[in-house]
Unconditional design. Structure first.
Length: 240
């Protein structure tokens, strides 16, 4: 079976979501609530001084790990929806019982932190010196870090789906499989994500309410993308 094109993948996602929009929108809203609550808790004022700064970044690091575990749960929600399998709000918390998921979350958090270090250093220099050149450096470094992180993340973008699909596989094997699945498929995946930008822009006049439809559609399409990769590559001769 050949790998579907993006139009076919998105059509499959729409078909799978028929009759399920109410439930997935509720779960999506609950996920957003969790994200906002965690971000507010981790962003609380920790005071001044080096100790306070270390505490702030430590809390931010832990918060990112927790958010990643919830992201795994969101992936489970949409993968199950696309496969007509049971899911609910409890799916968001399913990753906390799998050590491989926690390790994955720590890996993503560590990568995010490593790539953000130059921007953080420049931001601290700007705060301490007041020299606006460091503010510009911080913005450039942060933008570059975001792009580099995204490029690296593409190879691991299927990791949570692989962890869900293959509970018997080790973390290392799941990493290898994600990299294998995305081999030669990165631009296609990026193209699919970009294709949702017009819908996001159309949501602006609705004060963001349109995103309650766009976000589930996008998440389901990413799950459908994974299903297309696994069925298409399983029929080929290439192996990870």
């Amino acid at each position: 079976m050949k790998i579907k094109n993006n139009a076919e993948i998105k059509a499959a996602a729409r078909e799978r979501l028929l009759g399920q929009y109410g439930r997935v929108i509720f779960i999506q809203l609950f996920y957003i609530f969790l994200v906002l609550a965690i971000m507010m808790a981790s962003g609380s004022d920790t005071g001044n001084g080096i100790g306070a700064i270390i505490l702030y970044y430590a809390l931010s690091f832990i918060a990112y790990i927790i958010l990643q575990v919830f992201m795994f749960g969101l992936c489970k929600t949409y993968l199950n929806a696309c496969c007509r399998m049971p899911y609910g709000v409890g799916s968001l918390f399913s990753g906390f019982g799998d050590n491989r998921v926690v390790v994955s979350a720590i890996m993503f958090a560590a990568l995010q932190f490593i790539f953000s270090v130059p921007g953080l250093v420049m931001a601290e220099r700007y705060i301490s010196s007041g020299d606006r050149i460091f503010e510009e450096y911080a913005m450039i470094a942060s933008s570059a870090a975001t792009i580099v992180y995204y490029i690296v993340w593409l190879s691991f973008s299927q990791l949570y789906y692989v962890l869900l699909d293959f509970p018997e596989k080790s973390f290392g094997d799941c990493i290898k499989m994600s990299v294998w699945l995305m081999k030669g498929q990165k631009l296609k995946f990026v193209g699919m994500q970009i294709s949702f930008f017009p819908l996001m822009l159309l949501s602006i006049p609705t004060l963001g309410l349109g995103l309650l439809w766009v976000m589930p559609y996008m998440q389901a399409s990413e799950a459908s993308f994974y299903l297309s990769l696994t069925s298409g590559k399983a029929a080929g001769t290439d192996r990870y």
